[in-house]
Design a protein around this ligand. Structure first.
Ligand SMILES: [Zn+2]
Length: 255
């Protein structure tokens, strides 16, 4: 276990250490943390790069997909040389160029519930950077069950949203309180590949997810139980308080 920051770390993370809210102790906390990033696409790209540059000690990158040319419009952690390569592997290569100090694990196959649960149990925080509702519901349910904070982001067309679910705390709303599961609906399967999304919006939402993750790891104020929606066309930013659904099939059940 790391007990103190090296001279190199003091220099690299100096701009964090200067902040009252982080400081030496906060940075030491970050270098001891393990964070899981599920999805290394448009949101996962800024999330992984910022969390690596910020010095999170261990990152687990999960993605079974391969890099395609159409991804490069917004998935900035990949590049033309990596087309055809697994996205988690490609992301690891980019991170290693940025920060050799951190440990990076990659998982390149489709996970079953048990494998995903193990990752959630073994990490301090999970970032949902997936692009489909099935994965979001699954991550929400497993993070709730295992008391692991979840930072969730989504972006489609010109609009993006972010929320943080700190499941270490009791009595708060979960993702499924906000978006109750519908039995069948076309909108439930909406993804960027089918609907389009403007490139920098992913950078904005992903960067806010990374910011939320850092604050959550340091017990600083987050969007816990709030939803922020950003309209990239009008540049209106709205925030809503999330209400717990007393009949939610996920979080109304005792753990
Ligand atoms: Zn709920």
């Amino acid at each position: 276990m790391i007990e103190e920051l090296s001279d190199k770390q003091l220099e690299r993370y100096g701009r964090h250490i200067l902040l009252d809210e982080i400081g030496y102790e906060g940075q030491l906390t970050l270098v001891k943390k393990r964070v899981g990033i599920i999805g290394l696409g448009g949101l996962g790209s800024p999330v992984a790069l910022y969390l690596a540059s910020a010095g999170i000690g261990e990152l687990t990158l999960v993605d079974f997909d391969q890099v395609e040319l159409s991804n490069l419009q917004r998935q900035l952690i990949h590049n033309e040389q990596r087309i055809g390569l697994n996205k988690a592997t490609s992301a690891k290569q980019s991170i290693e160029l940025l920060n050799k100090d951190i440990l990076i694990n990659t998982i390149t196959h489709r996970l079953n519930d048990d494998e995903l649960a193990q990752i959630i149990i073994n990490h301090d925080l999970i970032l949902d950077c997936t692009d489909n509702f099935a994965s979001r519901y699954q991550l929400n349910q497993l993070c709730y069950k295992h008391n692991t904070p979840l930072v969730s982001g989504a972006a489609i067309r010109w609009e993006g949203q972010i929320s943080t679910y700190d499941f270490r705390k009791e009595g708060l709303a979960c993702y499924q309180c906000l978006f109750p599961k519908k039995s069948s609906s076309d909108s439930i399967n909406e993804t960027c590949s089918q609907n389009g999304v403007v490139a920098p919006l992913l950078g904005i939402i992903g960067s806010i997810q990374a910011l939320e993750a850092i604050k959550c790891l340091l017990d600083l104020p987050t969007l816990n139980s709030k939803l922020t929606i950003i309209d990239g066309l009008s540049m209106q930013i709205r925030q809503f308080n999330l209400k717990k659904d007393q009949n939610c099939p996920v979080c109304s059940i005792q753990k």
